[in-house]
Write a protein that binds this ligand. Structure first.
Ligand code: CO
Length: 197
């Protein structure tokens, strides 16, 4: 990031903080006292899907985990720690796993077009899409728009299935802690979130 880019970021932040304080003098004092988010959001790292902006949720209302292609992985200690904290300590009422159309991670997975660490991270996405019949096995090639779209949906629903099987989720539900799970998909083309079933 160039010096002027970081200056822009800092100037934006100063203006934002000042406007928040003008609107609500207690805003930062209140937030500094603690968080009680209603939502845990598991989304893609894609810069075009900024959770608070697209949902209109204020600071303090959504606990966030993002990774490439919004994967729910049981061996991912980062995600598992987020899940445990959100469920056991913050006691969120809703967990949202949100995919998006046009996901570059899903595309790269299906085309086999990456290498190194990211290839290893995305490989299971392709395997799952083959298993569910969304894409064909055999050598990966150029991806059609229709298959890409279907893969984004199927992949996100698969993460919901994984969430349902998560021990922290199951434990909370077995103990009657109100916790609902949702799969949403965001459309980059119109800015709308839709529920997947
Ligand atoms: Co993505």
């Amino acid at each position: 990031m160039s010096a002027s880019a970081i200056q822009e970021l800092l100037a934006n932040n100063r203006a934002w903080a000042e406007s928040q304080t003008r609107r609500d003098a207690e805003f930062f004092t209140r937030l500094a006292g603690g968080q009680r988010p209603r939502f845990l959001w598991i989304g893609c790292s894609d810069s075009r899907v900024p959770v608070n902006l697209i949902t209109g949720l204020p600071p303090g209302d959504v606990f966030v985990h993002r990774n490439i292609a919004n994967r729910v992985v049981s061996e991912d200690s980062n995600l598992q720690a987020v899940l445990q904290y959100a469920i056991e300590v913050l006691r969120v009422a809703h967990i949202v796993v949100c995919g998006h159309y046009g996901c570059g991670g899903v595309k790269a997975a299906l085309e086999g077009s990456t290498s190194g660490v990211i290839r290893g991270w995305l490989e299971p996405v392709r395997t799952a899409c083959i298993c569910s019949g969304v894409c064909a096995s055999g050598p990966a090639g150029p991806l059609s728009a229709a298959v890409w779209k279907r893969a984004c949906e199927a992949h996100t629903l698969e993460q919901l299935v994984r969430l349902r099987a998560n021990p922290f989720v199951q434990d909370a539900q077995a103990h009657g802690q109100g916790l609902s799970l949702h799969a949403l998909i965001y459309d980059l083309a119109d800015g709308r979130l839709r529920v997947l079933d």
